[in-house]
Design a protein around this ligand. Structure first.
Ligand SMILES: Nc1ncnc2c1ncn2[C@@H]1O[C@H](COP(=O)(O)OP(=O)(O)OP(=O)(O)O)[C@@H](O)[C@H]1O
Ligand SMILES: [Mg+2]
Length: 416
């Protein structure tokens, strides 16, 4: 790309599509989308490479389309990762404060974070993010910034997000085979949150749910910090599959029907018989068809939402989410999904599209592109040392990070 420093590329490798976005960093440090390319993806399922040649083909096609749309050449990119192999742990690290008056200095915080980042994780795993959840002064928790406060003991709790090396290696190998340098990899749930959440939502407490084709990526924020993440290996394709089986029609037809006619808003049920599905040309009674479509889609989505809810409940987070749910990803386009989610979770829900980015409205306004746009936004913040809202220990102020990341990529390529 020309002027490397001014342009950023992001690649979102999803179950149904790979998309490559090129953004430029504007003077006020926001991103403007210059162009993008999207290509159908057959080689990746639920964040896992299942066919390397197909994956490479889709990646190359999406990069080619993005390059064509901008007349730029991409040689490096930030990559999103997801999958049920991704997990997290909370880790507390503590140090004694021995300065005069026991006042915490900036250097104490740096020392503590340095120590906390030395977390031992098995060689089968790779740490993707180390995010600060909170500091504690002795027994007093929930401290946002301890500098200047007095204490004997200073502790920090990190949210360490990690994934299995093998699936990450397969993604890296696919990208490298497409001749792209990897700048960094990041969690897709975090990227989607970055794209669609307002600072107020992150501050008060919010659940972001990216429902794609094969996965549902979840993140919870409170006090501006991500405190939980989860990947359910189920997405909108399961709904299509059920329509296909339930109505005995091919998957592609079921997908078309879902996008055009499915609506899970309970109020919509009342009007079902008036919907005209004639142009679908199915040899079935129209009213029966509508009602069956409603119940198939409604049942499947309810089940998916309940699975997410149960997981969040199991971690005890369900009662402190004043801003409710923000739903994004391609399945957020399904009509009535926000109303259904409000019902299941018993909290407000809205559809999340990308905020504070410039670009064509059909892209910025479509939740299907939230992950890719979020990767661009997060990458811009890392590169320019902007406030991430949450310290990401693997990156910010960690001078050796770039070198260590290159070493990790080299190891992957050598197959160590
Ligand atoms: N208008 C629409 N109505 C209903 N569903 C839609 C609509 N548009 C897209 N979808 C669904 O969105 C899903 C694809 O979403 P998305 O592109 O976010 O997934 P992905 O990133 O490829 O996959 P994943 O993130 O799960 O690996 C598909 O199941 C598709 O049917
Ligand atoms: Mg996705």
């Amino acid at each position: 790309m020309p002027a490397r420093d001014e342009y950023i590329a992001a690649i979102d490798i999803g179950t149904t599509k790979v998309c490559t976005f090129i953004g430029s960093v504007k003077k006020n440090n926001t991103i403007e989308i210059k162009g993008y390319g999207s290509s159908e993806c057959k080689g990746i399922k639920k964040g896992l490479v299942v066919d390397i040649n197909e994956s490479i083909k889709s990646i190359l096609a999406s990069i080619g389309a993005a390059e064509k749309s901008t007349s730029m050449f991409i040689d490096s990119a930030y990559i999103g990762v997801t999958g049920k192999h991704i997990s997290f742990l909370n880790n507390w690290t503590e140090i004694n404060i021995s300065s005069p008056g026991k006042i915490v200095r900036k250097s104490d915080v740096d020392r503590l974070i340095g120590l906390a980042n030395k977390i031992n994780i098995s060689s089968e795993h790779y740490v993707i993010h180390t995010l600060i959840k909170q500091f504690a002064l002795g027994e007093e928790k929930d401290i946002a910034d301890p500098v200047g406060l007095s204490t004997d003991k200073l502790a920090v709790e990190l949210l360490i997000i990690y994934g299995s090396i093998i699936p990450i290696r397969n993604i890296i190998n696919s990208i490298k085979a497409a001749n792209i340098e990897i700048e960094d990899i990041m969690l897709e749930a975090l990227a989607s949150g970055e794209a669609v959440l307002t600072p107020e939502e992150k501050e008060s407490g919010v659940i972001v749910m990216d429902i794609g084709g094969g996965t549902t990526d979840v993140a919870i924020y409170r006090n501006r910090k991500m405190i939980f993440t989860y990947c359910l290996p189920v997405g909108g394709d399961l709904v299509t599959n059920d329509i296909s089986i339930g109505l005995n029609i091919p998957f592609a037809k079921a997908e078309e029907i879902k996008k055009k006619f499915a609506n899970v808003d309970i109020n919509f049920y009342e009007t079902l018989n008036r919907i005209n599905m004639d142009d679908i040309m199915l040899d079935k009674n129209r009213a029966t068809l509508n009602i069956r479509l409603y119940s198939i889609v409604n049942d499947r989505l309810k089940e998916l939402l309940n699975l997410v809810k149960e997981k969040i409940e199991a971690y005890g987070f369900i009662h402190s989410i004043p801003c409710g749910l923000v739903i994004t990803g391609g399945t957020a386009n399904l009509k009535g999904i926000a109303a259904l989610a409000e019902n299941v979770f018993n909290m407000p829900a809205r559809i999340g599209t990308s905020l504070d980015v410039e670009g064509p409205s059909e892209v910025v306004g479509n939740p299907i592109y939230a992950t890719a746009i979020g990767i661009l936004k997060y990458a811009n913040q890392i590169r320019n040392f902007l406030d991430l809202g949450q310290f990401d220990g693997r990156r910010q102020k960690s001078k050796g990070f770039a070198a260590r990341f290159r070493e990790f990529i080299m190891r992957i390529l050598r197959n160590d």
